[in-house]
Design a protein around this ligand. Structure first.
Ligand code: HEC
Ligand code: HEC
Ligand code: HEC
Length: 281
């Protein structure tokens, strides 16, 4: 197994590592074999690996249920399908051949023929063990690498017509947010007004990029950058103009939580994790 060291520092990392009793960073995570990439978008048209997994779970359930019902005809049918899909694991990712036990499937078939339902269940448990062992080692990492979106290719259009990267937009947001807070604290009204204006403009520009992923669904943008946020930004402008420092600071805090943190909780956590797992660019 190949390991890469990853510095872990948020609660998410600990929750995905549940089961392994490592308390302190850096924790080592197993990297999946490169051949897995072929079975995911964009290399593949579909998420083939994941859909094979869904089939396996359904097949295991069907076999368990028909074994309880003692139905040999259905059992035979589902065991055949499991045979096909379970073996696909090693066909798709040859490096993982040793993670599965294909010999258990003919045994299932034999017990089904004999009507030995007790042994069918025991064999199912042994197969399940192989599922669990691989999941424990690889599942969260694979989900983070192949099923969380990347932001590198997104271009954010600015008001002056030029554009910059998603990350540059984030850095700019952070600058104007903190510039506003510094100016509020230091009694610099003009700077506070300008910085708030920039913040609002940068958020507007960011809002035009949501459809890169959310397509024609208006709801995600509305949820984080919609009417409620626009009202808070307008109210902030009023408060700064009248030099109401405390209410302005409070509004800044609300915006940081309801705009920045709310979006980060769904988007940035997975993005940071994905970037930490992928080889450096
Ligand atoms: C789309 C929802 C979204 C919103 C709204 C948002 N962010 Fe982000 N932010 C992200 C994502 C995603 C990343 C990680 C980007 C990446 O991996 O390239 C990020 C990264 C960052 C970073 C790290 C940049 C770096 O140097 O790597 C900072 C700082 C940041 N955001 C600040 C803010 C601030 C401040 C606000 C609010 C004013 C905000 N963000 C609003 C999604 C968002
Ligand atoms: C050799 C490794 C390996 C084996 C063996 C394996 N899996 Fe998986 N499985 C994975 C990986 C990797 C993922 C994560 C895929 C993703 O998130 O896109 C996964 C994900 C899944 C999921 C999706 C979980 C979810 O809700 O997102 C299911 C269901 C599943 N596996 C079922 C099974 C069953 C049932 C077996 C045994 C019969 C099995 N797997 C055997 C590697 C394996
Ligand atoms: C690189 C892709 C990407 C971009 C760009 C992106 N999102 Fe998302 N967003 C996702 C994914 C993936 C999810 C989780 C699955 C889902 O709900 O589609 C999500 C979920 C959400 C959710 C929670 C689920 C929902 O539909 O209510 C909100 C809210 C949201 N995004 C807002 C935004 C906003 C606002 C922007 C632009 C500032 C944005 N997103 C930009 C990928 C993206």
């Amino acid at each position: 197994m190949k390991f890469i060291p990853v510095l872990l520092c948020t609660p998410l990392f600990f929750s995905i590592m549940s089961g392994s009793a490592v308390a302190e960073p850096p924790i080592k995570l197993a990297t999946p074999p490169a051949s897995l990439e072929k079975w995911y978008k964009p290399a593949n048209k579909r998420q083939v690996w994941l859909h094979t997994m869904f089939k396996l779970r359904r097949q295991m359930q069907a076999i368990e249920e028909y074994s309880q019902q003692k139905d040999p005809t259905q059992l035979k049918k589902w065991i055949k399908q499991l045979d096909k899909d379970y073996n696909k694991i090693a066909d798709m990712v040859p490096e993982w051949e040793k993670e599965i036990k294909p010999r258990l499937i003919p045994e299932l078939e034999m017990f089904a023929k004999k009507g030995d339902y007790l042994r069918i269940n025991r064999t199912l448990k042994m197969i399940s063990r192989t599922c669990k062992d691989c999941h424990q080692a690889y599942q969260p990492v694979v989900t983070a690498i192949y099923r969380s979106p990347g932001y590198d290719n997104i271009k954010i259009k600015k008001a002056d017509g030029s554009s910059h990267s998603f990350n540059d937009n984030m850095k700019a947001l952070s600058k104007s947010l903190n510039r506003t807070l510094i100016a509020l604290k230091d009694g610099q009204k003009k700077t506070a007004i300008e910085a708030r204006h920039q913040l609002a403009e940068q958020l507007d520009n960011l809002g035009n990029s949501c459809n890169n992923c959310h397509k024609d669904d208006p709801y995600p943008r509305e949820r984080i950058l919609g009417k409620a946020t626009k009202q808070k930004l307008a109210s902030l402008e009023e408060n700064i103009k009248q030099w109401q420092v405390k209410p302005s600071q409070e509004l800044m805090g609300t915006l940081a939580v309801k705009v920045c943190a709310r979006c980060h909780n769904t988007h940035r956590i997975t993005s940071d994790l994905r970037n930490a797992l992928l080889p450096p660019k």
